[in-house]
Design a protein around this ligand. Structure first.
Ligand code: ZN
Length: 399
């Protein structure tokens, strides 16, 4: 790809490099930014003024430094002007948020997923987005785009859901269909990006987390499906086809239980909600909700306790494997099953700590998601920001 001569793209690369630096180190001055990026001071001044005018950056009050005079004006991301739409399409619900550039949730709407038929689900999503777009615009927000997290493998460049085994969807042209449905209700001109739910969840931690950010960062989501989002060197790591991080379908046991993907012995068949439910009720058809499983555990139901602890043990094995595959600086856990709390998480911790002891290595930091049940929707909004801040990677032409 040749970028010489494409001044608008070069300018966008420079502008977004400045935003990324301010995000990483809030409070830098224009002179600091010139040093950090290698751009001239005059270029930085011009671009920063642009970014302030468009609502990306803001100056804080000029701070007096006593006798010597005034310190250069510190710059920060502006959370009051721009916003992104993030949607979480899960197996049973659609949750849509409007999120500011600095990660505040401004508006929210949730509905039960009315149908697993992809066209109907996408139409329902478009309607909810349409309502929130009006609310955001009425509040004076400029919208940068729409991100959607779905529980499956996504061909990210085409926005096609290649395989979502738990819905079950295969080769759904999600981005094109959503664009068409939005146009029908008068919502036009917003870029749409579709990505795997736990991939975008990782972006919620990466784009809205506090500096310094750990790298690599692995976010492991556990629900009916199990998957990981991986950030390496400041970028979402997607693999050759966009399937990287589908660790719920890594094999934990040769010839183990049958999985929704067609293989046998996948991690999901030991850790996922269906695995726990099946252990409790004795069949795969009656899927217990997380709330029901939690009630049983709280009541001291022995079968439920055993099933949850067993899942926790396998979760520990999966965490140990992710630790060795990626040597992450931090592993973040999220997804509905985290609501089961100590019985699941303590079993996982005990397991992974034993492996650490066996090999005499220090475990990475392991913590729960800061956005709780909203981490996929917040992450979908973060995907919009992540892509805009990296115009070369995502090939976006903005001007
Ligand atoms: Zn599988």
């Amino acid at each position: 790809m040749s970028i010489t001569g494409d001044q608008s793209l070069l300018r966008e690369i420079n502008r977004m490099a400045l935003v990324r630096v301010v995000q990483r180190a809030p409070g830098l001055s224009r002179a600091d930014l010139a040093k950090e990026t290698g751009l001239t001071k005059s270029t930085v001044s011009l671009l920063v003024q642009d970014l302030i005018d468009e609502g990306w950056l803001e100056e804080s009050d000029v701070q007096a430094t006593g006798a010597i005079g005034r310190r250069p004006t510190p710059l920060f991301l502006n959370g009051k002007s721009l916003a992104m739409i993030g949607a979480d399409v899960s197996l049973d619900a659609i949750n849509v948020l409007i999120v500011s550039l600095t990660g505040e949730i401004l508006h929210e709407a949730s509905e039960a997923l009315a149908s697993h038929d992809p066209e109907k689900a996408i139409r329902q999503l478009a309607r909810i987005i349409g309502t929130l777009v009006k609310q955001a615009q009425a509040a004076g927000r400029y919208l940068l785009g729409i991100g959607v997290g779905v529980p499956g493998a996504v061909l990210d460049r085409q926005g096609v859901v290649k395989l979502a085994p738990n819905l079950p969807w295969r080769d759904v042209p999600f981005q094109a269909s959503l664009s068409r449905e939005l146009a029908l209700i008068g919502v036009k001109g917003l870029s749409i990006q579709v990505q795997n739910d736990y991939d975008v969840a990782a972006l919620s931690e990466h784009e809205f987390g506090d500096s310094p950010l750990p790298d690599p960062l692995v976010c492991l989501g556990i629900g009916v499906g199990v998957g990981a989002g991986i950030i390496v060197r400041d970028r979402l790591f997607l693999g050759a086809d966009g399937f990287a991080g589908e660790v719920g379908h890594s094999i934990l046991q040769f010839d183990g239980p049958g999985c929704s993907c067609g293989r046998r012995g996948c991690a999901e068949t030991f850790i996922g909600q269906r695995a726990i439910s099946t252990r409790i009720v004795g069949n795969t058809e009656d899927l217990l909700s997380v709330d029901t499983i939690k009630e049983l555990v709280d009541r001291g139901d022995e079968a439920a306790m055993l099933a949850v602890r067993r899942a926790g043990h396998y979760l520990g094995i999966l965490i140990q494997n992710l630790w060795m595959y990626f040597n992450p600086g931090r592993i973040v856990l999220g997804g509905p099953l985290c609501d089961l709390g100590a019985p699941l998480l303590d079993a996982a911790n005990a397991c992974v700590e034993r492996y650490a002891l066996d090999c005499q290595l220090q475990l990475p930091e392991i913590r729960l998601s800061r956005f709780g049940s909203r981490w996929v929707a917040v992450g979908a909004a973060a995907l919009v920001k992540h892509a805009l801040l990296r115009p070369l990677d995502f090939g976006l032409r903005l001007n």
